[in-house]
Ligand binder design. Sequence first.
Ligand code: GCU
Length: 341
Amino acid sequence: MKKMKKIVVAALTAVIAFGVLTGCGSDDSEKRIVRIGHVQASDHPTNIGLLKFEEFIEERLGDKYEIEVYPSELLGSQVDMVQLTQTGAIDFCVASNAILETFSKNYEIFNLPYLFTSVDAYHDVMNDTSITDQLFKTTEKAGFEAVTWFDAGTRNFYTVNTPINSPADLKGLKIRVQQSPTNVEMMRLLGGSATPMSFGDVYTALQSNIIDGAENNELALTSNGHGEVCKYYSYDMHQMVPDILIGNYDFLNSLSEEEREIFEEGFKLTTEVANGEWEKAVEEAKDKAENEQGVTFIYPEVEPFAEICAPLHETVLNNNPDIQPIYDAIQVYNAKYADEE
Ligand code: GCU
C-alpha cells in the first residue's frame, strides 16, 4: 500500500514537473497552473478555505491563472510537499508549523508546548503581522515564503487503550509525534517514547500496534479515522500549532504588483473561511467520535503536564536567542487575556 502510494506520488510529481517545464496545463491553454497541496481530507476546513481561494483567484485572474488544489497527501507527505514547493515543482503547500522548524529554525517558536495561555491569545498573535512577518518573510534562502496561517486547534494525546489522566500514564507508551525536534524533546520530557512519522502513516501504525497513540486535534479522530482505533482522547492541551500556507519564493515574486495584491486578498480570504469553519468542525468531530466511534473524552488536570514541559521554553530560547523578541511579544497577548479573566 505504502509502495503503491510512493509510485502514485512519483508519477504525479513527474507529471507536475512536465507541466511546469512546458508551462502548460492539461487543456493546452496559456494559463499558468498553480498547484497547492495539503494533507487534509476534502471535508476539512483547510480544503474548504483553499477551494474558496481557487474560486476567488479564478474570478479575478482566471484568464491567466488556474488554481488546482490537491488534498489528502496526493502530492506526498508534508515534508515532500515543502521540498516540492522549495524547488518550484509545485507552487504552494500547507505545512504544519511543526515540520517547518527543520527548514527554518525560528519556526521553533510556535512548536513550544504551553506557549499560548488561551485560544484568543493564539489567534491574536497569528493575526498580528508585526509578529508573524518576522518568520513568514525571512525564509527566502529556504526558497519559500509563508503567506498565511490556518487554525489547527489544540493538540492533545489520544491512545488505543490507555486513558491518560496524568503525565505518569504516558510512561513507556510509543506516541507518534510530528517530525520536529521540539516535539521529540517535549515527548521525552513527558516520559513517553516519541515516534516521529508523517501524518498519512499514523492510521496504519495505530492499527498494527506499532504505536500506542498519537497527539492531535479532534478532527484527526474523524476526518482521518484515528478514532476507529483510539478510544481515549485526553485534553492535556499541550500545543496550539498553526498550519502555514507556504508559497514558492520565485513564483510569488514573479507576480506583478497588481496580481500580488489580489493573491494577498485571496490568502486573507482562505484563512477567514477555513478558520470560520473550525469551531463547528471540532464540535461535529467530538460528537461523531463520542457517539459513533465510542471515544471517551478525558479532562485531566493540565498543570502537571505544563510544569514538566516548562523547561523546554528556556532551552529553546537559550539555543536560539533570535526568537526571544517574538516570545516576549506573545507574552503581551497572554497577559492581555489573563487580565480579562
Ligand atoms: C494536523 C495539522 C496538519 C498536520 C497533522 C499532523 O492535522 O493540521 O498540518 O500534518 O496535524 O499531526 O501531522
